[in-house]
Design a protein around this ligand. Structure first.
Ligand code: MCA
Ligand code: AMP
Length: 505
């Protein structure tokens, strides 16, 4: 019986003593050790009562064990649901409830807060810390180091990744085995990954970029990862000389450029730098090339689709563009009003279709139908054009979204929280340029007349409810919000008004 994703990413390395993960303390984890750990975890998950198709919610620090949980889920047919470590207990509660997760694995430090959340929604709870210890590992220690891989088909679900929405309610994007596998094979091929690669991995492993794009291309080719717990400039600069490749969000590259230790010599062993998740400024691309001799390869993707386009490995990596549709992926530019094709070279909404496109949003058929057409094209919400040479340019967004340091933030979610605060009549949340994060969050408030608006109290209250990266970095009070004749808030006017708050104009 087969399980295509497990077989191709993990099973093929069974018994291999080749290094898979190099850790910062000099420790190495071979493929065999990693897979044995994953098998022990798979036993724990099943003895906890999870069956194929059930969801496992995981909010833990990055570690080899966190990644082994992904492998354990694929091997046992359980749907892997990783969560950003920045999410508050209130945010985690929504994901556990909405997904119907049967088990939550969290950091021991969050157990007191999350155990009641889990029990309220009928889930059990285990712990795992950044060093690999916790009740999960305690239970795993006595388990066999091999596990009979559960048969799965390509259309079976492998993971749920939650992505926010314009209504403020997060949606669980259902990703199948084929979605993940097709993208991994394509990317490994076009980016020329091989068993000799050592990928410098400093991204989190709870979103598509670090979990699927980076880890899966290595797994499918048998290379190794230099596995850092997070982005740390000193650690990255220390590891760059031995790495062959790195993937990062634009903030990685602007931070590297801000350090004089980034030189041509320190990257002389590198063959590939990839950027994505947010727009890479053409200026950053050019500065990086001038400093290092490397042209960053920019690609474009989404949680719902994995990767859609990429600049070429050979050939011109064109700054300010996201390259060409991947092999097997169709991309078209349509009129947002009619859905019909626009004239060649004109700007419209980007739609994509291919084996990478997800199956829909968990238990949200209306939202699925609104974004995923019956013919299989997914409406990305990004605005773009295709130039005369076929390069795709992303020129804006047809959705109210802020991307800060590669994290997506939907203003509606923050507005709902701000609007509940005493003294706040209404709010509009916008993204403005930020030198480090690309964009950052600004809250524009209208006060209740005589309502005693206390800005510090508003910020403190929001802090308890929303992940840190979503917090407004600044609140401003205005008499009224600019509106069009339909009564809709004109955020473009606000963005223009506050565009220089964090950068020099
Ligand atoms: C951390 N903070 C942030 C962010 N990250 N605030 C806004 N935006 C952020 N992205 C907060 C911290 O809580 C902290 O708050 C302060 O900012 C600085 O903390 P620091 O430790 O310096 O943060 P950091 O560790 O340096 O984080 C910055 C980072 C990180 C390295 C850019 O956010 C990161 O790794 N981003 C990658 C996100 C990612 O993987 N995106 C892919 C999504 P305080 O000041 O209170 O201490 S997948 C996707 O988008 C699609 C599919 C795609 O195409 O890839
Ligand atoms: P997410 O929903 O978190 O997966 O984020 C996906 C969104 O990130 C896309 O819809 C784009 O708006 C944005 N994005 C990803 N890669 C790029 C890129 N290279 N350039 C511009 N925007 C990007």
């Amino acid at each position: 019986m087969s399980n295509p994703l497990y077989d191709q990413l993990f099973g093929r390395h069974a018994g291999s003593e080749k290094p898979f993960l190099h850790l910062r303390d000099g420790k190495r984890i071979s493929y065999r050790q990693f897979l044995e750990r994953a098998a022990q975890f798979a036993h724990v998950l099943t003895t906890q009562g999870l069956a194929p198709g059930d969801r496992l919610a995981v909010q833990v620090e990055k570690s080899p064990e966190a990644l082994a949980l992904y492998a354990a889920c694929v091997q046992s047919g359980i749907v892997f649901l990783p969560l950003n470590t920045a999410y508050t207990a209130e945010e985690v509660a929504y994901f556990v409830e909405n997904s119907g997760a049967g088990l939550l694995i969290c950091d021991p430090g969050n157990l007191a807060q999350l155990a009641p959340v889990a029990s309220r929604h009928g889930a059990s709870v285990l712990t795992l810390d950044g060093g690999g210890s916790g009740s999960l590992s305690d239970l795993a220690a006595d388990q066999p180091a091999d596990f009979a891989t559960v048969a799965r088909g390509e259309d079976d679900l492998a993971a749920f990744l939650y992505t926010s929405g314009t209504t403020g309610r997060s949606k669980g994007a259902m990703l199948t085995q084929a979605n993940l596998l097709s993208n991994a094979i394509t990317l490994a091929d076009i980016w020329r990954f091989s068993g000799d690669d050592e990928l410098l991995h400093a991204l989190p492993v709870f979103h598509t970029h670090g979990l699927f794009v980076a880890s899966n291309v290595i797994l499918v080719t048998g290379g190794a990862m230099i596995f850092l717990p997070k982005f740390d400039l000193d650690a990255i600069l220390a590891e760059l000389p031995r790495a062959t490749s790195m993937m990062g969000v634009p903030t990685f590259y602007t931070r590297l450029l801000s350090d004089p230790r980034l030189t041509r010599e320190c990257v002389s062993h590198m063959r590939l730098f990839v950027s994505g998740s947010a727009p890479l400024l053409a200026e950053t691309h050019l500065q990086f090339e001038a400093r290092t001799g490397h042209r960053i390869l920019e690609r474009y993707g989404m949680t719902e689709t994995n990767m859609n386009t990429s600049n070429p490995y050979d050939g011109e990596r064109r700054a300010g563009t996201v390259g060409f549709p991947l092999p097997g992926v169709e991309l078209k530019i349509t009129d947002p009003e009619t859905g019909g094709a626009v004239a060649a070279g004109a700007v419209g909404q980007i739609e994509v279709r291919g084996p990478n496109v997800f199956k829909g949003y968990w238990q949200m058929p209306d939202k699925t139908a609104a974004e995923l057409r019956a013919d299989g094209f997914f409406i990305t919400g990004d605005l773009g054009r295709v130039d005369e040479d076929g390069y795709v340019h992303i020129v804006g967004r047809n959705k109210d979204l802020i991307i800060s340091g590669g994290y997506n933030i939907y203003p509606k979610e923050i507005e709902l929280v701000l609007d509940e605060e005493p003294g706040v009549l209404e709010s509009a949340v916008i993204g403005v340029p930020h030198p480090d994060f690309g964009e950052t969050v600004v809250g524009v408030l209208v006060a209740v007349p005589g309502g005693g608006l206390d800005m510090a109290a508003v910020l403190a209250s929001a802090a308890g409810r929303l992940a840190r990266f979503k917090h407004p970095r600044k609140l401003v009070v205005v008499d009224e919000l600019p509106r069009n004749t339909m009564g809709k808030v004109q955020k473009n006017i606000l963005r223009e008004r506050y565009r220089d708050l964090f950068v020099q104009g």
